[in-house]
Design a protein around this ligand. Structure first.
Ligand SMILES: Nc1nc2c(c(=O)[nH]1)N(C=O)[C@@H](CNc1ccc(C(=O)N[C@@H](CCC(=O)O)C(=O)O)cc1)CN2
Ligand SMILES: Nc1ncnc2c1ncn2[C@@H]1O[C@H](COP(=O)(O)OP(=O)(O)OP(=O)(O)O)[C@@H](O)[C@H]1O
Length: 196
């Protein structure tokens, strides 16, 4: 199947998911537990479109939890803003109720907030495969951004389990993600099997 047809099928399937509330709930729990051990204070995420999983409720909670620690942390969340010239993404501070405007694709983006450098990035996946490979909408924005960001943030793909593509064939420019989470749990990297 070609990439365009595969994208269309996966987005359609995601939009028609019957138990999305339950599945979102599961993925929220996976994200929350996964985040516990992370030292990051600046996380990049996305405003969900086309049936994507919404990472913002958990991240907002993560931010508030930081304020309740014995030694409070100033945690911040960023959303992508497209750089039209370079076709890359920069991340701008977001908080609930923050002023927003629509980008060229009609996706809400923060209006005139500070640019931040996430050390951890949650990346939306139309599809994903083993090795941490990901299929997006075809803009190449994440690939280009990750190819240029130094230091490179830790990247975590988010998707529902149906978006797993068994025979995903990466292209030369595809930047593998460091981890993949779905509503079943951590699906990449694979856990070490016990030996004896
Ligand atoms: N929620 C979210 N925000 C995001 C991304 C994302 O994947 N998800 N992006 C990640 O890069 C950037 C936006 N990139 C996008 C690229 C294409 C389309 C899109 O709708 N494309 C059309 C096809 C257009 C064409 O073929 O010319 C489509 O899919 O119907 C949307 C967003 C930044 N913000
Ligand atoms: N590092 C890069 N430099 C220049 N062009 C790139 C780079 N990475 C990807 N591209 C171009 O971007 C286009 C889209 O790539 P691809 O189909 O992998 O997008 P995608 O990962 O599905 O989309 P996105 O990252 O926006 O969600 C390709 O035509 C590719 O040539």
């Amino acid at each position: 199947m070609d990439k365009t047809a595969l994208r269309r099928r996966l987005v359609e399937q995601r939009r028609n998911m019957e138990d999305r509330l339950h599945r979102s709930d599961l993925l929220q729990q996976v994200m929350r537990i996964w985040l516990v051990d992370r030292p990051d204070t600046v996380i990049g995420a996305y405003w969900p479109i086309k049936g994507e999983f919404d990472p913002l409720p958990i991240l907002h909670r993560w931010k508030e939890d930081g304020e309740l620690l014995d030694k409070p942390l100033r945690r911040r969340i960023g959303l992508p803003v497209i750089n039209k010239e370079h076709k890359t993404l920069t991340f701008h501070v977001w908080y609930p109720g923050c002023p927003m405007e629509e980008d060229a694709y009609g996706i809400p983006k923060p209006k005139d907030t500070e640019v931040i450098q996430p050390t951890l990035l949650f990346v939306p996946c139309v599809g994903y495969g083993t090795g941490g490979y990901r299929l997006g909408y075809g803009g190449g924005f994440y690939d280009r951004t990750l190819a240029t960001l130094r230091p490179k943030p830790f990247t975590v793909g988010l998707g529902f389990r149906e978006a797993y593509v068994d025979d995903f064939e990466p292209e030369a420019h595809d930047q593998p993600l460091d981890a993949l989470l779905n509503d079943n749990g951590v699906v990449w990297p694979l856990p070490d099997l016990p030996t004896r």
